[in-house]
Ligand binder design. Structure first.
Ligand code: ARG
Length: 610
């Protein structure tokens, strides 16, 4: 079983080959003139250019072959050598029945599945999440689902930021606030003072909650910017923590637990669930061995007390402006900083060690890092270092970058107060807007408050996610909750609304005891809908290859629109002929199945009714 675009491409490719030309010219695409054709092939023009032959002549040869394909009602040459194809009603009916019977709604499983790890979301202990984390969560979740659905063995990992400088900042700040350095913990060693201290420190931390971290972190981060002594204390604390100092580990464990519980709950509300919730810290034990190995391989060099890996190849340089205004050529990319002058592991160090950790535990063929485009340089450094060290196969690590979600001012979105957005608040904003929209549209008035809330939640999340996923990920977009939550236009709520509409038709069919039967395609609107159902596989494979869920979003939107036109043109339950009712009902069921699948791959859940 294969989609029409692909199987017609195969026929066209063979025809080009028979004409002595490369089969690559046989690429068939959906027609951009649906009034004239279902599919087109433009290969004759390119083939003519490369073979210095007449395009029409080549097209004629190809068309002769295509004409023998029983599925095509016509194959014709247009203009200078374009080939237009129309599929017969019979062939479309066969394909529609195939999709109807397929639990995967026409999507092919991969011929050669791989092990893929998706590193996404990347929240941090205590640091509030910014829009980059939101996008990483939404895009990463979708990519994870898509890869898994197509057959890869996939693990999604949150890669929790629990090991950097912010941990030292928090230790010092909470330590001061709670008086932990007054006789309980030694700041010089990060160890407990005396026997009783451990119990006392634990007691003092028992009531420490997320609010405390939320409050402490921004203050500490701000203080570190101006207060050198404070910053040095935090740096030392970071190094001691990483070195295994007991008391610091105890405080840190509390921070991690408190943050993780809250974050997981919020992610879950967003429909983002991880298979692994590993942290940067989980790679810590691998770091000493890794450093020894990098050293043995001659990759680690001293740099003013710090240790780095140079990743630029000979001749790779960039211009750099020095503070005195002069310009010098420096190596590019910058070297990867592996050990700071205080002896701490850096962001890149844990990333490199995590590559090793993942290799030992899962041995992925591919690791996709779904992280803000602003970290592109960081990943370039880490990946190059990993390839140099032989920790991954070249090409086995890929940064899936994306643009930002901006405010009306064109800058990365901030709350009205100018703060960083909290996931929790964002979800609540979307939910509130969804409630408003539902009431405006007179929807849900007859529902219980719990059901109404559940629908509002789903509508709000669909609005956020679809708005994000409908653009190619590299594109930045403007946060506009009014537009995102509209029931009309290219929005998540529109898609939910259409899927709910189909569900209601199906419910009515059950009430009226109409049952589905073999699909027979004839009306133009039935043909259009079937052609779209057939295009699902193409959309998924494009999204997969480009790691870009917008192709799924686009397909879902077109499907909903096309169904709407079909339903306007082709009555289902009120059709005269029982066989027509049965066929159209089957088309509606198949559309719903595919639409729900597509939404699920976007991480969007649809309610039963609205
Ligand atoms: N925690 C990081 C941040 O907030 C993102 C982590 C992304 N993943 C990674 N392997 N570096 O910027």
């Amino acid at each position: 079983m294969s989609d029409l675009k692909r199987s017609l491409s195969e026929v066209a490719a063979a025809a080009f080959q028979a004409a002595g030309l490369s089969p690559d010219f046989g690429r068939v695409t959906a027609s951009d003139r649906p009034d004239l054709a279902d599919f087109q092939c433009n290969g004759a023009l390119a083939a003519a250019k490369s073979a210095k032959r007449n395009p029409r002549e080549i097209a004629e040869q190809v068309v002769e072959v295509l004409k023998t394909d029983p599925r095509l009602a016509s194959a014709e040459i247009a203009g200078a050598g374009f080939i237009n194809m129309r599929v017969s009603d019979e062939a479309l009916s066969v394909r529609a029945r195939e999709i109807a019977a397929d639990p995967r709604a026409g999507a092919e499983p991969l011929p050669a599945p791989r092990r893929v790890l998706v590193d996404y979301a990347g929240p941090n202990v205590a640091k509030p999440m910014h829009v980059g984390h939101l996008r990483a969560s939404i895009i990463g979740e979708s990519i994870k689902r898509l890869y898994r659905f197509r057959g890869d063995q996939v693990l999604g990992d949150a890669h929790f930021g629990d090991w950097g400088f912010q941990m030292g900042l928090l230790i010092v700040s909470v330590g001061d606030e709670r008086g932990l350095f007054d006789g309980w913990i030694s700041e010089a060693t990060g160890q407990f003072v005396g026997d009783e201290a451990s119990a006392q420190v634990h007691l003092q931390l028992l009531d420490l909650g997320l609010e405390d971290l939320d409050r402490a972190y921004p203050l500490a981060a701000a203080q570190a910017k101006t207060d050198d002594a404070f910053r040095d204390r935090a740096r030392r604390a970071t190094a001691l923590l990483q070195g295994g100092a007991d008391a610091y580990r105890a405080i840190w464990t509390r921070f991690v637990e408190v943050s993780r519980v809250a974050l997981e709950r919020e992610f879950h509300a967003l429909g983002v669930d991880f298979d692994l919730w590993k942290g940067e810290s989980d790679a810590n034990d691998l770091i000493p061995g890794m450093i020894a190995e990098l050293e043995a391989k001659g990759l680690l060099v001293d740099d003013q007390g710090a240790r780095i890996v140079r990743v630029a190849r000979p001749g790779e340089t960039k211009k750099k402006k020095l503070p005195d205004g002069s310009v010098v050529e420096v190596e590019s990319p910058d070297p990867l900083l592996v050990v700071s002058s205080e002896g701490s592991a850096m962001y890149g160090t844990t990333d490199l060690a995590t590559i090793l950790d993942r290799r030992q535990s899962f041995d992925p063929h591919l690791v996709l890092y779904c992280v803000d485009q602003r970290q592109a340089d960081h990943f370039e450094q880490v990946f190059r270092a990993a390839y140099l060290a032989g920790y991954a196969e070249p090409g086995g690590l890929e940064h899936i970058g994306f643009g930002t979600m901006n405010g009306a001012d064109g800058k990365p979105f901030k709350t009205r107060a100018g703060g960083v957005l909290k996931l929790h608040d964002l979800i609540e904003m979307a939910r509130e807007k969804a409630r408003e929209r539902l009431r405006e549209a007179g929807l849900g008035a007859d529902l219980t408050p719990e059901v109404f809330e559940d629908i509002a939640h789903k509508v709000g999340i669909a609005a956020l996610k679809f708005a994000d996923l409908q653009n190619f990920r590299g594109t930045s977009y403007v946060f506009d909750l009014d537009r995102f939550t509209s029931f009309e236009g290219k929005t998540g709520p529109y898609l939910l609304y259409q899927s709910v509409r189909i569900k209601s038709i199906l419910r009515k069919a059950t009430e009226q005891k109409v049952v589905s039967g073999p699909i027979v395609v004839g009306e133009p609107a039935e043909r259009d809908l079937t052609l779209l159902l057939d295009a699902f596989e193409g959309a998924l494979s494009e999204a997969y290859d480009k790691k870009a869920p917008n192709f799924i979003a686009e397909h879902a939107y077109k499907l909903a629109q096309t169904f709407s036109k079909f339903y306007a043109a082709c009555p289902i339950l009120s059709a005269d002929e029982p066989s027509v009712r049965a066929s159209r009902l089957a088309l509606a069921q198949t559309t719903l199945k595919q639409l729900e699948l597509a939404l699920d791959l976007l991480g969007i859940e649809a309610p039963e009714r609205m």
